[in-house]
Each structure stands twice: as structure tokens, then as C-alpha cells.
Design a binder for this molecule. Structure first.
Ligand SMILES: NC(=O)c1ccc[n+]([C@@H]2O[C@H](COP(=O)([O-])OP(=O)(O)OC[C@H]3O[C@@H](n4cnc5c(N)ncnc54)[C@H](O)[C@@H]3O)[C@@H](O)[C@H]2O)c1
Length: 322
């Protein structure tokens, strides 16, 4: 078992300083690691430093910091040079979801780290077993899949690839507990891991209903928010079945499962909207219409919501545990 004190002696690297990389760098510095953050793209550093400062301020406002944001920023090294990774025990790759780009980044990470350093990927979709073939020692490679914002969510999926060593996987699971996570450990590298498989089953049903004209996007969103959204942070689905009564569920499964969508094609509505270059709230144009101000307000409100839900879920977990 790793003691949280030990994190100060374990340098952690982050490569790729976009949305998730910046957020993960903040999570690791708050946990106590000296963080070495690499921006692989030219001219990304200034924006990354600004983002990391803002995220630290958000973390401070969420009651997560023991010191000032400046204290954490000063303990972090940001650079375009992979050499800063030389003493890292763990390097988290967070670059775009593109195998060739990840391969080029692993080559640089491997060239600049010690032999025993563990390399992890935040990939959501590329099999870990494929990615681990791109590093010199696949045994010390695995998937660490974070959720956004990385410093304010308990979620973490740790996935071993076919060649990941047991000792490496269990060391990372221990570390994740020190980072304040509730990690799930996947022994086998299945596509989409667990969380994406669950959510994508819901997305498919959503598109099936909307395409058939059974409901609208607005109503489907409302049903999801005000039903599942009212209990999901309190309990999981198996716990929910126990709470509501298993016989009723059995009866509903037998009636409803044959009626659920099972299409394997990408939904036409999504193909159309993406063809029309809509990218979502980031660019104020998505499945819904947004003004730039509305999209920004939406993002700010979500940041506030994250703060509350993080603490709320914790408080009720304690009550549940008696
Ligand atoms: N966005 C999420 O909520 C989320 C959640 C879980 C996992 N992920 C995964 O995390 C990884 C990063 O996602 P993100 O959302 O932070 O992406 P992002 O687009 O915000 O950032 C990607 C970063 O990749 C790097 N990069 C881009 N092009 C590059 C190139 N040609 N060579 C080297 N580096 C390059 C840059 O540092 C860039 O900032 C992806 O594998 C993604 O699937 C994202």
C-alpha cells in the first residue's frame, strides 16, 4: 500500500496539454506529485499554463487545495522538451485519439524516461493491448482513463492490456486511491471499457427513439436528467435494482428487451450534423442551437455543478456506510 506522503517523492509526467492533460496535471499536483507536463505541440505552452492556473483556481473554489494555486503551479514544470520526464515514475499520455500520433509520442517518452517508468494512456477508444505494442516494454504500459474534470471526479478506469504486468497494474490501482479516486480495474481490455459501453447503449436507444419520432431530443434529455439524474450519483444500477425490487425488473426485462434498438449503423442525425460541421458547445453549434454567450454560461454552470456533485456524492456515501 502506498502512503500519500510518498507521492511527493514520485514525479509524475503528463504529455499532451489539451482539455484532459491540463486537468490531469492539476489532479496529480493536488495529490502531491511533482508534475512534469509536456506540450508536444509548438506554441501550446502559454495557453496550457493559463488553463492550468484557471483550473487550480476552480479547484481552490471547490475546497480541494491545501495551499494557494501559485504553490502548486510553482511545483509543476511545463515544457515542450521531453527531457523533463527523465525522473518520472509514471507518465500519462493525453494526446489526441490517433494511433500514429500516440506512437510518435511514445517513442519520445520512452527515449527520455528511466527503464522502470510506467507509461499510461488516457485513450477512450483505442485498445490498450494495441497501444502497448508501441513501447519497448509493454509490461509496464496500461490504460488510465480519467473523467473530466480530472481533479473533481471520483471516476477512473484502469485497464490492463494483454501484456501489462500484474505488479504494474496493482501499483497503479494503489496510486489511484491516493489520488482520491474510486478506480475500477479491468482485467481484460474490452473495447469502450465499462463506462463507454454502458453510456453508448443509452445513446443508441436515444437515437432509435428520436429517429422513429417516438420522442424529441428535448424530451429524451428531460427524461434522462430528471429520472436517472436524480439518483445516479447516489447509487449504481445494480444497487438501484435491489432498491426497487428484483421481481419487477425481471418482468420488465422480458417485455422490454425485445423492443430496444439494436442498430449497428451510426445514427443518421449524427452523420448529418457532423457533416454540417457542428461540433457542440465548444463552438456554440451542436444538436441544439447556442449563442456564444449561452455556450460559455453553460460551461461555467457545469463547472459549478461539478463542485457540488463531488462533495454531495461523498457526503451521501458516508451516510450510506452508516
Ligand atoms: N475530452 C474528454 O472528456 C476525454 C475523456 C476521457 C478520455 N479522453 C482521451 O484523452 C486524450 C486527450 O483528449 P483531450 O480531450 O484532452 O484532447 P484535446 O484535443 O483537448 O488535446 C489533445 C492534445 O494532444 C496533443 N496533440 C495534438 N496534436 C498532436 C500531434 N500532432 N502530435 C503530438 N501531440 C498532439 C496536444 O497537446 C493537444 O492539446 C484522448 O485520447 C481522448 O480520447 C478524453
Amino acid at each position: 500500500m502506498i502512503h500519500e506522503r510518498e507521492l511527493a517523492g514520485l514525479e509524475a509526467g503528463v504529455v499532451g496539454l489539451g482539455l484532459m492533460g491540463s486537468s490531469i496535471a492539476v489532479a496529480l499536483t493536488i495529490a502531491g506529485h511533482p508534475v512534469r507536463a509536456v506540450a508536444p505541440l509548438k506554441n501550446e505552452l502559454t495557453a496550457a499554463r493559463k488553463t492550468i492556473r484557471q483550473l487550480l483556481q476552480h479547484a481552490a473554489g471547490s475546497g480541494l487545495l491545501q495551499h494557494s494555486p501559485e504553490y502548486y503551479l510553482n511545483r509543476m514544470t511545463l515544457s515542450e522538451d521531453f527531457k523533463i520526464l527523465k525522473n518520472c515514475s509514471l507518465v500519462q499520455e493525453c494526446v489526441v485519439e490517433d494511433k500514429a500520433i500516440k506512437a510518435a509520442v511514445y517513442e519520445k517518452i520512452s527515449a527520455h524516461t528511466r527503464e522502470q517508468a510506467v507509461i499510461s494512456s488516457n485513450t477512450s477508444a483505442i485498445p490498450v493491448s494495441l497501444l502497448q505494442e508501441l513501447v519497448p516494454d509493454p509490461g509496464r504500459f496500461l490504460g488510465i482513463h480519467w473523467a473530466e474534470p480530472a481533479y473533481l471526479t471520483r471516476f477512473m478506469e484502469i485497464t490492463r492490456g494483454r501484456q501489462t504486468r500484474d505488479s504494474v497494474a496493482s501499483w497503479v490501482v494503489d496510486l489511484a486511491h491516493c489520488w482520491g479516486k474510486e478506480p475500477t480495474f479491468l482485467q481484460k481490455d474490452i473495447r469502450g471499457f465499462v463506462t463507454n459501453r454502458l453510456m453508448y447503449a443509452v445513446y443508441r436507444e436515444l437515437f432509435t427513439l428520436v429517429a422513429a419520432g417516438e420522442t424529441t431530443m428535448e424530451d429524451a434529455d428531460k427524461a434522462f436528467r430528471y429520472d436517472a439524474g436524480s439518483w445516479m450519483s447516489f447509487m449504481g444500477l445494480f444497487e438501484r435494482m435491489d432498491q426497487l425490487g428484483l421481481e419487477d425488473f425481471l418482468e420488465t426485462f422480458s417485455r422490454l428487451f425485445p423492443e430496444l434498438g439494436n442498430a449497428s449503423e451510426v445514427p443518421e442525425i449524427m452523420q448529418q450534423i457532423v457533416r454540417n460541421k457542428a461540433r457542440g458547445t465548444q463552438e456554440a453549434r451542436g444538436l441544439y442551437a447556442y449563442t456564444p454567450e449561452g455556450a460559455a454560461a453553460w460551461e461555467n454552470a457545469f463547472a459549478e455543478f461539478n463542485k457540488e456533485i463531488y462533495h454531495l456524492a461523498d457526503r451521501y456515501q458516508e451516510l450510506k456506510n452508516g
